[in-house]
Design a protein around this ligand. Structure first.
Ligand code: DC
Length: 251
């Protein structure tokens, strides 16, 4: 991966410190939660502070959904969708929001309401999940990561040293979503953004395969009335506690 990942690799030898975190071994910071809880913003900032690689797994499901939509693959064609998920080359440009699918910058295109809905649907398919989880595990074998999604602490890395479940009141999550989309063409109105979010949440929480779930050992953080800086500091504090001298300090 990029520069951020390479920095953390040095931790295997030189034991550098990033923001008070001693880097003796690869570290996985798993951040899960529903849409609009603040995961992306916080995960990116924490990764920056620690010099870890940031992985947005939602963007991976979105990239596969975009590819499937372009190819006209039916949502029922599980075999073909699994194949696309497995063949997709997905990269993240360190220090930016850029998402690359098969060499093409798809950063903007994967955020449309149509792709959001398709990503939520295809992410319920076991074959698609299998293929993307394999890529996610490979990424974390190459560098310390801050990885955000729905099942990172529960399924992808049950052994992650740091697990955080971010949540916020539904109205706050809908507001954040609207704000996020407000500078795009065809941004949805408040009512339809809230409806979309609710529908997506319902699907993500109730699907049979890897539903959105708080791992029993994840720290729960309600971000409704917290600033980004406060959430960032809470997560960094947890990272420091749980990685101190390689010992887990559970609070
Ligand atoms: O975080 P996001 O809204 O960009 O995610 C897009 C969709 O992918 C969302 O409906 C949930 C799904 N997803 C998932 O099932 N598992 C993940 N680890 C990440 C996202």
């Amino acid at each position: 991966m990029g520069a951020a990942g390479q920095q953390s690799l040095a931790g295997d030898r030189g034991q550098p410190r990033y923001d008070g975190v001693s880097m003796g071994k690869r570290i996985i910071v798993a951040i899960d939660g529903p849409a609009g809880a603040g995961k992306s913003t916080v995960a990116r900032r924490v990764a920056d502070r620690l010099g870890f690689t940031y992985v947005d797994t939602g963007a991976m499901y979105r990239a596969v959904a975009l590819w499937a939509l372009r190819r006209g693959v039916a949502e029922s064609d599980m075999h073909r969708l699994e194949q696309l998920a497995s063949e997709a080359e997905i990269e993240f440009r360190p220090g930016s929001k850029t998402v690359i699918l098969n060499g093409e910058d798809v950063t903007e295109e994967i955020r449309t309401p149509q792709v959001s809905a398709a990503a939520s649907t295809i992410s319920a398919l076991p074959g698609v999940r299998r293929a993307l989880v394999e890529k996610q595990r490979r990424m974390a074998s190459e560098a310390s990561v801050v990885m955000e999604g729905r099942d990172i602490g529960s399924v992808v890395f049950p052994e992650a040293q740091v697990k955080v479940f971010l949540d916020a009141a539904p109205a706050t999550r809908a507001d954040r979503r609207i704000w996020e989309l407000s500078d795009r063409d065809g941004a949805p109105d408040a009512a339809s953004a809230a409806r979309d979010l609710e529908e997506r949440d319902r699907r993500d929480r109730t699907r049979a395969e890897s539903p959105l779930l708080q791992a029993p050992d994840a720290a729960y953080l309600d971000t409704t009335s917290l600033s980004i800086e406060e959430v960032e500091e809470s997560v960094l504090k947890l990272v420091r506690e749980r990685t101190a001298n390689g010992k887990e300090v559970m609070r």
